[in-house]
Structure formats: C-alpha cells, structure tokens
Design a protein around this ligand. Structure first.
Ligand code: 4AD
Ligand code: MG
Length: 441
C-alpha cells in the first residue's frame, strides 16, 4: 500500500501501518547485521530498524549522523522491556538519502563534542541546538510564550508591538546600545515600558513580547545583551492589585506549560524536582530582606552588613531566595536604587511601590512598579536622573492628557526558563544567546 507521510509526533496514531517519514539521523548503530537509526524530525524521535539487504548494504560513509533521509516502513509497538523512544520501532523496507552529511574528520560528532569548551559549542550553536537538551528547552520556551499569550488573553490584556529602535532610555544610560539612525543618535530599546504606558489610553491594558537590549559588561549566569522581554502595563489598579496580577499570571502560565502534552514531560525530564508555585507568593519588603540578610551574615557588595539604600546584588539575592526556597514578591525598594518613573509609597516617601519576583535558583525573574502619575513628580524624576526631558515629550504627555493610576512589569523569558528547566545559565535558554563578546552565529 502507498505509505502516508507523517510527522513523528503522530506515531502513536499510526501503529501497525506503513508510513513514510522524513528526518535527520540523530543516532546510528550497526550491530550483528542490523542497523539501528534514531530519526529526529523536530516533533519527535523514532527508532528505525534496517535489516537484511538494507543493512548489508550499509557502509559508514553512505549513512552518517545528521544526514537527512526519507524512510518507509511499518510502525510497530515494541514488547515491554525493549527500549526505544515512545516504545515503537519502524521496520524499514525502503530508504533514500536526501542530504548526506560528511563522514571522516568533518563528521558531525567531531564538531559537537560532549564536554567541549562552552565557547566552542557556542561557535557551533547552529549544530548544537539539534541536541536533545537544548531542543527540549527551546520547545518549553515555545510553550511558555504560547501559555503567557493565552493567560493575557484570559486577563483581557491585548498585545502590541512597540519599536526596538528608540531615542529614550528606561533603565539607566550605562547599558544602552547606541546606533546611528539616519544621522541621529538612537538606541536599541532596554524596555518597552514607556511605549506600553502610552498605549493604555488607546487600548486599555496591554502587553508585548519584544526583544530588549542591555550592554551588560559583566559575565553572569543571568544577563544577556539581548533577551525576550514580556512586559505588561495595566490601568486603574492599586499596587496590591498589581502584585496579585503578577503572581496570578506567573502561576497560571506555569500551570499551562507543565500540563501541556509536549512541554510538560520535557519540564519533568529537565527538572524532575520542579514543583509549580502556588498562590499566594511570599511577600517581603526590602527592609525585611536587609534584616534577613544581616541576620544570616550575608554581606553587601563591600563586604559590610546591609544598610538602607544598598542594592541587593545577584549573589546575596540568590542566597536568600535559595534558602527561603519559595517564590518571593520583594517590594518597596528605595527611590535612589530604582528608575525615575517609580511611584513613591504614600506612607513612606523614601521607598517606592516597586516589586521584584524572586525565584529559587535564579533570583529576580520580574521587575515592576506602579508609575508616577503626577506631571510635576515625573518632571522631578527627570531632574533627579539628569535626563533630557525633550526626548520624552510624548511620555510626559501621558501625564497631561488624562493621567491615571497605572503600573506594570517586565518578565525575563530566559530567566523564567532557567528556573523552569533548571538551567545553570540563561544562555541555555535562547536560540542564539547574545552576551559580552558573543554576536555569532
Ligand atoms: O528589572 P528590569 O530592568 O525592569 C524593566 O526593564 C522595567 N522597565 C520593566 C517594566 O516594568 N515594564 O527588567 C525586567 C526583567 C528582569 O526582572 C529580568 O527578568 C529581565 O527583565 N532582565 C534580563 N534578562 C536577561 N538579561 C538581562 N540583561 C536582563 N535584564 C533584565
Ligand atoms: Mg530589575
């Protein structure tokens, strides 16, 4: 009978039938007159068995790792105890090579060697992404982005696409990537927040999934020069509303991912101990965190006990979060360590209605705040940060033409993934990570 072409994700629906499959040779092993192939097509893996004449004709130079092939045969359920992906095997009766990958010195396994120097593997990223772990993380990533869009849809938040090329900063001048824009100075955006704020009166609550760019000089486990920033901005809400929105969005999104038939098992495989977070998250104020750190003899950046106004840097933050072991909404940071747009707390003007979400193993995955909604206060913020107001005329207009209480936040996609998939670094969570010194492939 004519074989139907299927994707490997559909194997279980085709047991006992003759099918045609296309894919890449992921693994290859010849033994005792048989050739075992594990085929990969991106949607799944399939063990394929060549026997008889097909196996006898096999030579190491005629069938190689990462060659593309078309195979035909019957999909058979393997008896219990026989190991193969999905417990099935293709009894191959026909195969054809579409693209033969090199044998010898230039063979695939020489290019991608287990345990090789990470920077060599990054040079070969275009090949390394074919590996089981990296491709699993990338599939979870796709599911995460799908899940968060679904959650925003349920929350009535609508998607916009702000520009990447801008003439304003959001998170401080030190990490701006500058570019020449038809003779004018411009930057790659650090955050789409200010643009989202302008969309509120036009569209109501909005979100975007957009690349943000930060010229971070330091090498850390959690900083990229380009990352996928999920940002939302919401109107007519209180700080407490914002906090519960953030924890609800994170919890729902994670639930969708771990219950997804493709991504769920991958999360389990990558991070067997992962427990989806429950509501409500632990809440902790900045000053309480300082006390916690001092009580646990964790010093600040200068090796001294923490005092009000100190930044809680990555190492200390992570130690605290790992020890506490649950998601934390860390709130009310001092004005001087936060950005110009953050609203002060009514009961204590030294601190702001700001929040970071901290997750065990990664630390900060989200930063957000209520925004200054008074024109004069905003202008003072520009003054304080010595920002040129004229570039922000459009942002300032928001406080003139119908200001409103509003707030929002940004989530780092790669950081959520590092937490969800238990990756040591965010570099393992994007297709082609960009960081100091790395802009290829
Ligand atoms: O805390 P950040 O800098 O906040 C903002 O950009 C706000 N304007 C967002 C907003 O309110 N709309 O960044 C938000 C999140 C961080 O919590 C972190 O997860 C991620 O973005 N992030 C990075 N991820 C990878 N590499 C970097 N260099 C990152 N910088 C921030
Ligand atoms: Mg932050």
């Amino acid at each position: 009978p004519e074989a139907r072409t299927i994707k490997l994700r559909a194997l279980q629906d085709n047991l006992g039938t003759r099918v045609r499959v296309h894919g890449w040779i992921h693994r290859l092993r010849a033994q005792k007159g048989l050739v075992f192939i594990v085929l990969r097509d991106g949607t799944g893996f399939l063990q394929c068995l060549l026997s008889g004449d097909l196996a006898n004709a096999y030579q190491t130079s005629t069938l190689t790792l990462e060659s593309t092939v078309t195979l035909k045969g019957i999909v058979e359920k393997l008896p219990a105890g026989k190991q193969a992906p999905g417990g099935v095997e293709l009894k191959v009766d026909y195969y054809e090579i579409i693209g033969l990958a090199p044998a010898g010195d230039d063979c695939f396994s020489n290019k991608i060697q287990e345990g090789a120097d990470p920077s060599l593997l990054l040079d070969q990223r275009h090949l390394a992404i074919r590996g089981e772990t990296l491709s699993a993380v990338l599939k979870v990533r796709a599911s995460l982005l799908q899940a968060i869009r679904r959650v925003y849809d349920e929350e009535g938040v609508i998607e916009v696409t702000p520009p990447c090329m801008v003439q304003t900063q959001v998170e401080g001048g030190s990490t701006l990537f500058k570019l020449q824009y038809y003779g004018e100075e411009a930057y790659l955006t650090q955050s789409s927040q200010l643009y989202l704020e302008t969309a509120l009166p036009a569209l109501g609550d909005v979100y975007c999934i957009q690349e943000s760019f930060r010229a971070e000089k330091s090498h850390t486990r959690r900083h990229l020069s380009e990352y996928t920033h999920i940002e939302a901005e919401l109107a007519f809400l209180t700080f407490e509303d914002l906090l519960s929105h953030i924890e609800r969005v994170i919890t729902k999104t994670v639930k969708y991912v771990v219950n997804d038939p493709v991504a769920g098992p991958l999360v389990k495989q990558l991070n067997p101990g992962f427990a989806a977070p429950e509501l409500p998250f632990k809440r902790m104020e900045y000053v309480e965190a300082l006390k916690w750190l001092n009580d646990h003899s964790i010093p600040n950046e200068e090796g001294q006990p923490f005092k009000f106004g100190d930044d809680i840097a990555e190492a200390a933050e992570r130690k605290m979060t790992d020890t506490i072991g649950v998601p934390i909404l860390l709130t009310r940071f001092p004005l001087e360590i936060k950005s110009f747009y953050m609203k002060r707390c009514a009961d204590d003007p030294r601190v702001t209605e700001s929040v970071d979400v901290l997750m065990p193993t990664v630390g900060e995955i989200t930063g957000g705040s209520m925004r200054i909604d008074s024109l004069n206060e905003l202008l003072e913020g520009f003054e304080r940060e010595k920002l040129d107001k004229s570039a922000y005329y459009w942002f300032i207009d928001q406080r003139k033409y119908g200001t409103c209480p509003h707030g929002g936040y940004g989530l780092g996609t790669e950081r959520i993934l590092a937490w969800l998939c238990d990756r040591f670094t965010v570099k393992d969570c994007s297709l082609y990570p960009r960081f100091t010194g790395r802009c290829k492939p």
